[in-house]
Ligand binder design. Sequence first.
Ligand code: 8Y7
Length: 275
Amino acid sequence: MQDSLITSFNRPLIMGIVNVTPDSFSDGGLYLSTQKAITHAKKLIDEGVDILDIGGESTRPGSHSVSIDEELNRVIPVLEALVDTHIPISIDTSKPEVMKQAIASGASIINDVNALQAPGALEITAQNNHVRVCLMHMQGMPQSMQENPLYSHVVSEVKNFLQQRIDAAIAMGISQDRLIIDPGFGFGKTLTHNLMLLNQLHEFTKLNVPILVGLSRKSMLGAITGNKVSDRIHESIAAALLAINNGAKIVRVHDVKASKDALAVYTAMQTCNDR
Ligand code: 8Y7
C-alpha cells in the first residue's frame, strides 16, 4: 500500500493539487469541472504523484466560503472516481461533514488549512483512526488575511500555534504518527514573514511531526520574480527544493513532473553515500 511511503519518508513526497472549483465565467457547470478535475488527477498520476489533494473550496486570499452541500457535490464524485487508482487521497477541507463523507468515500488524509479548529473536526478525525491529518497555520480568515498580517516573531508564533494544535489532537486521542504540520505559506503572511519561515523551516522539525509545505505558484513567488501566476514554475521548483532541503517531507504542488525531476536530483544527492 502506498501509505507506507508516507510512514517511511525515505524520499520527499509530492502532493498534487486537484481543484474542483467551477469557473463562474464559463457555463460548463459542475459536471464539466468534475470531469476536468478527474482528467487532471489522472495526468498527475501519470506524472508520478504520491498523494492527490482534492479541494472544492478556494482558500486563496480574498475568496469566500461555499456551503457544505456545494462542497460535497464538488469533491465526492471526483474522489469516488479516483479511489480505485490506489493513490492516497487527501481531502482539502475545514468542514467536519465534508471530512466525514470524504473519509467514507476513501480519503486517507485530511488537509485542513484551519488545523481542525471547527467544532467537531477533531472528533471526526479521532473517530477514523486510519486517517492522517495536516494541521496548517493561518492568521485571520481567507477573505481578509492578507490585509495586515502582523507578528512580533513569526517563526515562534507559528511554531507555538502548531504545537498547540498537535497537543489538542493528541488530547483527543489522535496519535502523533498521524499528524503532519504546515506553516501555511501565504496565509496571513507578508513576503518577509514567508521568507523567514522558509529560511527557518528547520525549527519546525523540533515538533517531531513531518512537515508539508505549499509554495507552488504563490504570490510571494510572484512578488520576487514579477512573473504572473501561470508563469511561476521555475520559482515554484526552487522554493520546493529549498523547503525540502530545510526539512520539509511533502510538497504540495501544481507541477508534478517538474517537481518530481527536481526532487530526483535532491534524492540522488542524499543517497550518494549508500551506493
Ligand atoms: C496550502 C493548502 C492551499 C498550503 C496546505 C494555494 C489548500 C492556496 N495552500 N494546504 N491549500 N498548505 N496544507 O495557492 O500551503 O494553493 S490553497
